[in-house]
Design a protein. Structure first.
Length: 95
């Protein structure tokens, strides 16, 4: 597994656990993840009524995929900057 994927997985897990902790404190574990996941599924299938578990699963898959992509892009930008200084600055300015 390359470094970018590991960075993305660590970032995704950190945020996922943070959302779980916040929801647990207010007495509704997995609520935020489930609602976001339901909305994601609603974009694809507007008339579909899904369970909380399906929403959590959809959120988790999309969340980890996006964080893996972000981690990979960040590691590649840092590696490119090590070879050619200024690339990271350009990447930050573009963002």
């Amino acid at each position: 597994m390359n470094e970018g994927v590991r960075v993305g997985l660590v970032g995704a897990t950190t945020i996922w656990l943070w959302l779980l902790a916040v929801d647990a404190v207010v007495g509704a574990p997995l609520h935020t993840s489930g609602v976001i996941g339901r909305e994601l599924l609603g974009i694809i299938w507007p008339t579909l009524h899904t369970s909380l578990l399906a929403g959590v699963l959809a959120f988790t898959v999309v969340h980890y995929a996006l964080w893996t992509l972000v981690g990979t892009l960040v590691v590649r930008a840092i590696a490119a900057d090590a070879r050619s200084p200024g690339v990271l600055l350009l990447a930050i300015v573009i963002l």
